[in-house]
Ligand binder design. Sequence first.
Ligand SMILES: O=P(O)(O)O[C@H]1O[C@H](CO)[C@@H](O)[C@H]1O
Ligand SMILES: O=c1cc[nH]c(=O)[nH]1
Length: 258
Amino acid sequence: MAYSEGYEYHIHLSKGDIGRYVFLPGDPGRCETIAQHFDNPRFVNSHREHTTWAGELDGVPVAVTSTGMGGPSTAIAVEELIHIGADTFMRVGTSGAMQPETQPGDIAVINSSIRDEGTGLHYLPMEFPAVADLDLINGLVAASQKLGKNYHVGVSQSKDSFYGQHEPDSMPVAKHLHERWDAWVKGGCLVSEMECAALFLVASTRRVRAGGVMMVMGHHDFQPMTDAEKEASKVENLIPVAIEGMRQVIAADKARGN
Ligand SMILES: O=P(O)(O)O[C@H]1O[C@H](CO)[C@@H](O)[C@H]1O
Ligand SMILES: O=c1cc[nH]c(=O)[nH]1
C-alpha cells in the first residue's frame, strides 16, 4: 500500500473488510440502499466520497463502495479496492438518454465507453478501448431478461463535465461540445455518464473484471420527463437488476470453479 496506515489511504478499508465482488455507485447515499439487498448487511466505513457496506449474496461476501462523481475518484477507489482483494466491479449509476429508443426507466448495460475524460489517459493511450468484461455484460443481460426490464446493450459516453452535457451553450467551447455530442449520437452511443471509461481502463490495466449498468434518465432531445417517467427512472428501480446481475456472475464463477 502506498500510504501505510493499516488501511487504504482514501477508502479507509483494510484486507478482510470486503470480498472480491463490489458494486460501485457514484452516490454514497446509494450504498445503504444497495446493501439492503444483501444478506447480513453491515456498514463498514466512510471517508471522503467513499462509503462502504458489506454483506453476502448466495453465501459469498460482497460489498458496495461509492466512487463519487467522475474518473479521478473512481480510479482511486478501484485501485484501493484491488489492493485489498476485490477483482469484480459493477458500476450502478444514473445516466442521460442519447437515443430516441433509450427511454426513462430503461436499463443500459454498458459494453464499452467513449473516452471523453482525462483519467484514462493516465493509464492507457487514447487508442486503447474502454471495454467492459464479458462476464459482467452476460450477467447483467441475463438479469435484465429475468426481471422483464426494457434494456439496451451498448456504449456510454464517459465525460468529465456534467454541465458540458446539460448546458453546452454556456461553455466557450460550445461548438466543439455540440459537434462531438452529435458524433456520439450518430455513432449510436446509448447514454451519457461520467465513470465507466475510467473504471474499465483501470480494470484492463490491473487485470480485473468490470462492468456497468445504468438507469436511463431524461430524453435524447432534453425534453422534460413526465411525473410517470420520473417515477420509472428512480435509481431504486435499477438496483434489483444489479443485484441479480452479480448473482449471475457469482453463479457462473462457482460453476467454473473460479
Ligand atoms: O448516479 P451516478 O452513479 O453518480 O452517475 C451519474 O450521476 C452523476 C452526475 O449527476 C455522475 O456521477 C454520473 O456518472
Ligand atoms: O444526464 C445525465 C444523468 C446522469 N448522469 C449524467 O452524467 N448525465
